[in-house]
Ligand binder design. Structure first.
Ligand code: ATR
Length: 272
């Protein structure tokens, strides 16, 4: 039986075992998937111990280890290079450790395929400039928006990300106060303001007609960002689909199978 796991600290609340076991069951794959709590100061040893098992094939990596997983990887995908972070490790047939990042692909797949929102030729605004946002910018640019803007409480961090991603497409940093009326078709919240229940300094009227708003966060409670967007007339969605789709992309990397996600997404929605 091939072995997989998610590794993080804390790890108790991770939904990855639930999701990947469901994927394995629905595709008749014989595999195990566990949760591993890594000591904060011993990530690389914990990873080495896992992969020392002959049946160990892959790991998902979550907070706060995605940058360390990037550093440990012997081969990096373009997505992982752009993200500067790895959420999916795979032991290759050649014995090397491959690092990938499926977060951006998960986000774009949820938005374009599950929700049917178009990204190409749209004016996208991303709010936040932390690790979560860096993880998705490369894949968002690859979707060929008309423009991609980043807005952050600390403007210098948005500026730095815009510089970093310039080689990959049309990207600019803006201050919240610089956002123009009617200027945004798709707004994506990747800041952690939602998680702490705080609202963002977004002015009224910045969204264009028929705008769509996506929060990368999810949970039982209403997210303040989505409440704002709804009041502005936007179509809204939380990030639960991104969670399932990034997992489906990891599963594809490991098993070579594209697993259907709709039924599981609906089930997990009821479990929140
Ligand atoms: P993550 O891994 O979730 O990206 P992070 O790297 O700490 O976490 O980044 C958190 C992001 O949320 C940052 O962009 C942060 O803004 P700052 O760069 O100014 O710190 C943003 N953020 C967190 N709380 C916020 C709040 N209350 N209002 C606005 N932005 C907030």
């Amino acid at each position: 039986t091939d072995r997989y796991a998610v590794i993080g600290n804390p790890i108790g609340h991770s939904r990855s075992p639930r999701i990947h076991r469901a994927f394995a069951a629905s595709t008749l794959q014989d595999l195990s998937y566990e949760a591993i709590l890594s000591p904060l100061d011993n990530f690389s040893l914990t990873v080495a111990q896992f992969f020392a098992q002959p049946e160990a094939k892959g790991l998902n990596v979550t907070l706060p280890f995605k940058e360390q997983a990037y550093a440990l990887s012997e081969v990096l995908s373009l997505r992982a290079q752009q993200a500067g972070a790895v959420n999916t490790l795979m032991k290759g047939k050649d014995g090397r450790l491959y690092g990938d990042n499926t977060d951006g692909t998960g986000l774009v797949r949820d938005i374009t395929q599950n929700l049917g929102w178009q990204l190409a030729n749209k004016r996208i605004l991303v709010v936040g400039a932390g690790g979560a946002v860096r993880g998705v910018l490369g894949v968002l640019l690859a979707a060929q928006p008309a423009s991609l803007s980043i807005c952050n409480r600390t403007p210098a961090k948005a500026q730095a990300l815009a510089e970093l991603f310039k080689p990959y497409g049309h990207i600019q940093a803006l201050a919240f106060s610089e956002l123009q009326a009617d200027s945004v078709d798709i707004i994506i919240n990747g800041s952690s303001a939602s998680l702490s229940g705080e609202s963002l300094p977004l002015a009224r009227g910045i969204l264009a007609a028929n705008a769509c708003a996506y929060d990368m966060a999810y949970g039982k409670k209403d997210l303040p960002f989505l409440a704002w967007a709804k009041a502005e007339g936007a179509q809204i969605q939380d990030g639960l689909g991104m969670l399932i789709e990034q997992a489906a992309e990891s599963f594809f990397i490991w098993r070579g199978i594209r697993v259907p996600t709709a039924k599981l997404l609906a089930e997990i929605r009821t479990e929140l």
